[in-house]
Design a protein around this ligand. Structure first.
Ligand SMILES: *Cc1c(COP(=O)(O)O)cnc(C)c1O
Length: 220
């Protein structure tokens, strides 16, 4: 692929804007395996997927590339927990204490030690799951002790319809909660709001359409 392809240009622009403390997760849900292949050729190793079956089918077609860093960012269903733990090294969407306990038990059985982000809901949003801050504080004594899970950070998705100043305030709230709980990582910022997330201290931004292009497949 030419180094001046549109994809290469988008990668270069985002990388240029990121401080060294912030990593780039390329959200490849809904994208063909070939797009992932092109991104790998541009040096990207970390990819986010939100549907297990789709991810596994694509990964079969990319086996020749060797191991990549796969992150699960979708809603975690209890009945898929084992498969997700077998195939993903990082989970961004831990949204309840019962799920945490289930993941802990299965991770022990599987002999894996994934990095985990607790998803937090900092504003009312009927369309999203996640811990509300007080619920997270209440669950904290148990959540802080989930070895072999490595709970390292918070993940958040702002509700639709906020303006940039409101999103920035939300991301700052997330950063403050992370500091309070002494969690070093913050997974926040998507194509429409990653600049505000970086400003507030994101350590991972999750970019899909704005990086890899519009998703040809159905959204999910
Ligand atoms: C789809 C998705 C993204 C990427 O969204 P874009 O707007 O395409 O950048 C990031 N995070 C999560 C949890 C997602 O589901």
């Amino acid at each position: 692929m030419a180094i001046d392809s549109p994809l290469a240009e988008r990668f270069a622009a985002v990388r240029h804007a990121l401080p060294p403390t912030c990593q780039l997760l390329a959200v490849s849900k809904g994208q063909d395996a070939e797009v992932i292949r092109e991104a790998v050729a541009l040096g990207q190793r970390s990819f986010g997927e939100s549907r297990l079956q789709e991810a596994l089918l694509k990964r079969e077609r990319l086996e020749d590339l060797g191991p990549l860093d796969w992150h699960f960012i979708g809603r975690l269903q209890a009945n898929k927990a084992r498969a997700v733990l077998r195939h993903f090294g990082t989970l961004h969407s831990l949204d309840s204490l019962p799920l945490a306990e289930r993941l802990q038990r299965i991770a022990m059985e599987e002999g894996v030690a994934p990095v985990v982000f607790a998803q937090v809901k900092l504003r009312p949003d009927p369309g999203k799951t996640g811990f509300e801050p007080d619920a997270l504080r209440e669950a904290w004594p148990r959540l802080a002790d989930l070895a072999p899970l490595r709970l390292r950070g918070l993940m958040t998705i702002p509700p639709l319809g906020l303006d940039p100043a409101q999103r920035l305030a939300l991301f700052h709230d997330c950063a403050a909660l992370g500091r309070e709980l002494q969690l070093p990582e913050l997974s926040m910022g998507m194509s429409g709001d990653w600049r505000e997330a970086v400003q507030a201290g994101a350590t991972w931004i999750r970019l899909g359409s704005g990086l890899l292009g519009n998703r040809p497949a159905a959204e999910g």
